[in-house]
Write a protein of this length. Structure first.
Length: 238
């Protein structure tokens, strides 16, 4: 998961809603004026509830990698091994299935990874599904980790705050232009705009955001690992 300072700022799957979304899915953010091919839906069951996520067709390599792991059952029983309130919840480490309690996870680099893909409108809003960085080695650049992923928690940002962050991101080599819709989303739903332009958003939670809130409220150790394991079980929805 990206290295971002923690924040202490405060900030049921309904099938009728889900069916509506499945029947007419839209491009993320600013590209919402065009209907796209039906997206792949994934059900994520945890001890704290169930989420449904939609994978973006605009990020095919990340989407297909995620789908292949779900189909193979290799995601089942893995842990959400890192929770940082106000920031994100990370999972996907294959070693987490049988990791002893308290063991740090998600620390290994991916020497190959996947290419960074920045899709206009696919911002790091609350509930966004994004790929963790491949590692700290400069040779990996901004490549994505093949296994590790995170769901954004985040906090709301005003227009002025978002402008300052956009300037910062551009200075760091990750320019990103926000639409008015993006700005409204960050002001109302919240997120982590500091990550925009540097990490690949390849999906989002479309039902069950309260599960992320429940994860954010769990007690964690000094490695940000929940004191009580939160396991995931995934399946593709028809």
């Amino acid at each position: 998961m990206p290295k971002v300072n923690k924040t202490t700022e405060p900030r049921t799957v309904t099938w009728c809603t889900l069916l509506t979304i499945i029947c007419g899915l839209w491009l993320p953010g600013g590209a919402a004026a065009q209907v796209v091919t039906k997206r792949t839906m994934v059900e994520v069951k945890t001890s704290l509830g169930t989420m449904v996520i939609a994978l973006y067709n605009e990020t095919p390599e990340h989407r297909d990698r995620f789908i292949s792991r779900v189909k193979a059952g290799s995601m089942d029983s893995l842990l959400f091994h890192r929770v940082v309130p106000g920031f994100a919840v990370e999972g996907g480490d294959p070693a987490s299935a049988h990791a002893p309690s308290g063991t740090p996870l998600g620390l290994y680099a991916d020497s190959l990874g996947l290419p960074l893909v920045v899709v206009p409108g696919a911002i790091h809003k609350k509930g966004a599904l994004s790929a963790s960085p491949a590692g700290d080695d400069p040779t990996l650049g901004k490549r994505s980790h093949s296994d590790l992923f995170f769901f954004v928690l985040g906090v709301p940002y005003t227009k002025e705050e978002l402008d300052r962050i956009a300037e910062r991101n551009a200075t760091l080599g990750a320019p990103y232009t926000y639409t008015e819709e993006d700005r409204r989303t960050y002001a109302t739903e919240g997120g982590q705009p500091r990550l925009d332009g540097s990490y690949t958003v390849f999906g989002e939670v479309i039902a069950g955001l309260e599960v992320l809130d429940a994860m954010a409220a769990t007690r964690c150790n000094t490695w940000d690992r929940p004191m009580e394991d939160i396991r995931m079980h995934m399946r593709l929805l028809p």
